[in-house]
Design a protein around this ligand. Structure first.
Ligand code: SF4
Ligand code: SF4
Length: 495
């Protein structure tokens, strides 16, 4: 039962149908057959893509660095298995557009042979800076879907003197249960990862927040955290999107993250349970991030499960292992049904952000029959960002994107609560995704045209400087010639 105070801390949200039972009760499958080829995108994180340091034909071992991070916000990419690099080229991205992005294609040799591990005997003897360096070198990014490089977040945590680390175990998206299973089966490793992250941020307090629809995960994590009184494991209400960082921070700490600020600026940071597990693997075993647990579920899946697969595995191979009926599949979604991306095909690779892949039947999809708005305001009451979705959508329909931006379009987190609740089946979140993309494209175009104008102005100024220099040289030449002639005339006069 929620207290009045706690209820006040939850803004908006919906009780979405869960559909988790099919996978949450089953042990993580670790016997996925090694694919013959792995397609490893160089961009699996927020920031700059990684830069390859291998060549076609190179033999690599599992865990070997394939591409290094570029710049402050980036992450390296490692080989998910041993084998030979057979291509570095553009392939369709695991994105609704399936536009080509650069990938390394690895032909596996079937040995799955690890490179020599760079583990340390006691990572707690490392400095916090060293922890960050090793986490960064392991290519760890936020595995809840944000894919922000974890090392950068640890550094920001140190710089901002974090007082609370929140570990997000909410997993509020319907269908997904990979974090639930991870917490049930690998709680000790996750808590170890939490302790290492605390050390990396030079702070002490952590709260692991788990939705109350995962009682077994809660018990496992509570038992694992028992020896560490500064790590609290709490249950939070099951309500989508409890996992949204601002909602979770507000609920757990009562603090509000100001618009335009990062949570670290108010002394709080959030990491996902899967990220904590990856940190444990990197520091205790010297293993970079090369695989992850993925939920495969949906009405068209005969064997729904949570399965650990090497990054770069094609969805088609996952679907074949889980016996997905392609005839029954009406939509393929990467991620959860609320915030995930609908994919156009299965020949796309899984990446660090892939928490789930769903094959949904027509019955599981909301009706496409859009009706006129009845101004019920349900979309307003469920919006966790405090926006007015119907007003934003009305303005986007008439191409008044500036007005939509003024109404808060940029604060929309694309959670889909408004679309989910709308009795008229208006695909509100689709409007917002389209408009956000359009606004970003216009800003990019404007930035480009301003940059072009700056370049033209700089070129004109340079040409003007050259012309001026040439004029001055010409004048100097004429003056010198006149002087020579004057001297010559004087000499002739003297003679
Ligand atoms: S929920 Fe749908 S019908 Fe109700 S006000 Fe919003 S857009 Fe209109
Ligand atoms: S998709 Fe955007 S507008 Fe709709 S409920 Fe979520 S945050 Fe609000």
């Amino acid at each position: 039962m929620l207290s009045f105070f706690s209820k006040q801390r939850i803004r908006g949200g919906v009780h979405a149908e869960e559909h988790k039972a099919a996978t949450a009760a089953l042990t993580i499958v670790t016997s996925f057959p090694l694919p013959k080829k792995l397609y490893i995108p160089l961009q699996q994180h927020v920031g700059k893509p990684a830069e390859p340091l291998i060549r076609v034909g190179d033999k690599v071992l599992k865990g070997q660095l394939l591409a290094y991070s570029q710049g402050m916000i980036s992450a390296p990419v490692h080989a998910p298995s041993s084998g030979i690099v057979i291509d570095v080229n553009d392939y369709p991205a695991p994105h609704p557009s399936a536009l080509p992005i650069r990938m390394i294609v690895l032909e596996t040799d079937g040995k799955d042979e690890w490179i020599e591990a760079q583990a340390v005997a006691d990572p707690f003897l490392l400095t916090p800076e060293d922890i960050s360096l090793r986490v960064g070198a392991a290519g760890i990014v936020g595995l809840g879907g944000a894919t922000f490089p974890t090392a950068v977040k640890l550094n920001m945590g140190r710089e901002n003197h974090i007082d609370t680390l929140i570990i997000n175990g909410s997993e509020c998206e319907p269908y997904l249960s990979c974090d639930d299973r991870l917490m049930q089966e690998r709680a000790g490793q996750i808590i170890d990862g939490v302790r290492l992250m605390l050390h990396g941020m030079d702070t002490e307090n952590a709260v692991v927040a788990i939705e109350d629809n995962k009682p077994q995960a809660f018990l496992s994590m509570q038992a694992a955290a028992l020896p560490y009184p500064l790590i609290k494991v709490i249950q939070i209400p099951t309500r989508y999107p409890m996992g949204w960082d601002r909602q979770l921070i507000r609920y757990v700490t009562g603090k509000e993250v100001p618009v335009g600020c990062r949570s670290s600026e108010i002394g709080v940071t959030i990491h996902n349970v899967g990220t904590a597990y990856a940190v444990h693997n990197a520091l205790r075993h010297g293993q970079p991030l090369v695989s992850r647990v993925i939920t495969v579920s949906g009405g068209a899946v005969a064997r729904p499960m949570n399965v650990e697969v090497p990054l770069g595995t094609l969805i088609s191979e996952l679907f074949s292992f889980c016996q997905v009926d392609s005839e029954l599949t009406a939509r393929i979604i990467m991620g959860g049904p609320m915030m995930g991306d609908a994919l156009p095909q299965t020949g796309l690779p899984t990446v660090k952000a892939t928490s789930g892949v769903l094959a949904l039947t027509q019955n599981e999809l909301k009706s496409d029959q859009e009706q006129p708005c009845i101004r019920c305001a349900s979309c307003v009451s469920v919006c966790p960002a405090g926006l007015r979705p119907l007003d934003m959508a009305n303005n986007i329909r008439i191409n008044q994107l500036d007005v939509a931006v003024d109404l808060g379009l940029k604060d929309c987190i694309s959670c889909g609560c408004c679309s989910y609740i709308c009795p008229s089946n208006i695909p509100l979140v689709q409007y917002f995704k389209y408009a956000s993309g359009e606004v970003a494209a216009r800003q990019q175009a404007q930035h480009k045209s301003e940059q072009t104008k700056r370049l033209i102005d700089a070129r004109n100024a340079r040409m003007e400087r050259i012309a001026q220099q040439q004029r001055e040289e010409e004048l100097a030449r004429i003056a010198a010639k006149a002087e020579r002639e004057r001297l010559k005339a004087e000499q002739e006069m003297a003679v």
